[in-house]
Design a protein. Structure first.
Length: 312
């Protein structure tokens, strides 16, 4: 069958086929569709002619689907399920104000939660659904409208806006700090980093003039909080966010062996941050556009209160 013929398949014929395949008979399908069995038979015959394959074997009053019909029925079923979901979404008043937001766990706890009421004041009827994932979601499969991601802003084919930088401080335990006097000493240590930050240490070392540095070892963590605990426990040297390191440095749990300002003058392109990421078409949804406008206008550089000193 040619693609041109495929585009000409009547949707009604597919719908009749779907019901016949589900009901197992022309008469039962006719009862559900409120048409005559002859009308059902005509639609099936039309579909068979267009496809060029038999779909049902007629044995008296009994019909049996062919192997090809069984295969086709799964795809038609999936297609009509998608149609139903699309109609549900655009016709449901709850969905029109629903915003499915995927947020970096760190941004959610350190920045967003304490300010989300401001957005709810702006759009009181908004139905917010928050999920937290460290990696960019599949916006279609995961039903996500907008995402806030940590990284360097290199998500192609999406709208990307920087919300706030996430500058780092080189930190380690007091005992380990005794072994680090110059940037070159970092090569003798185990370097800690989150799973999404494989390139961050190379950027830092290059900034410090250690372009050929080959560290003694690396440990990768699923998230920044676990990596910070690893640094506190002496597993290696970590790159800890400024807002996380403040209290640890003051209490002495962590030490900045090269100074807290060692990375202050890094190129902005090498400093990670939290970015608003979404397909451009999603801004056509009014509630999503309102959320995007609000979150990009907020001044996220105004630091939240430091996290609690307790470390579970």
């Amino acid at each position: 069958m040619q693609d041109a013929s495929l585009r000409m398949i009547p949707l009604n014929a597919l719908r009749v086929f779907w019901v016949v395949a589900r009901k197992g008979s022309f008469r039962a399908a006719a009862d559900e569709l409120l048409v005559s069995p002859q009308a059902v038979s005509q639609q099936i015959k039309l579909l068979e002619e267009i496809l060029g394959v038999p779909l049902f074997e007629r044995k008296g009053r009994v019909i049996e689907p062919t192997e090809r019909a069984i295969v086709l029925s799964h795809f038609v079923q999936a297609g009509f399920d998608e149609f139903a979901e699309g109609v549900r979404r655009i016709s449901s008043s709850a969905y029109r104000n629903r915003i499915n937001i995927n947020v970096s766990p760190y941004f959610a706890t350190r920045y967003l939660m304490e300010r989300l009421d401001r957005f709810r004041d702006l759009l009181p009827g908004a139905d917010l659904r928050l999920t937290t994932m460290i990696e960019l979601p599949d916006f279609t499969a995961d039903e996500v409208d907008v995402s806030i991601q940590w990284g360097f802003g290199n998500w192609k084919d999406h709208e990307v806006r920087l919300l706030v930088h996430d500058p780092k401080i080189i930190c380690c335990s007091p005992a380990l700090a005794q072994k680090i006097k110059t940037p070159a000493d970092l090569s003798k240590q185990t370097l800690l980093h989150p799973v999404l930050a494989r390139s961050l240490w190379s950027r830092v070392l290059s900034h410090l003039g250690q372009t050929a540095c080959d560290p003694a070892g690396e440990i990768e963590f699923q998230d920044a909080a676990t990596m910070r605990r690893g640094a506190i426990n002496g597993l290696g040297v970590g790159l800890v966010s400024e807002i996380d390191s403040q209290e640890d440095l003051e209490s002495g749990r962590l030490v900045a062996p090269l100074g807290v300002d060692a990375l202050k003058d890094m190129d902005e392109a090498d400093i990670p941050g939290f970015y608003l990421v979404l397909p451009k078409s999603h801004r056509r949804i009014k509630a999503v556009a309102t959320f995007c406008d609000w979150i990009t206008q907020e001044n996220w550089n105004v630091r939240p209160d430091p996290p609690s000193a307790s470390l579970p």
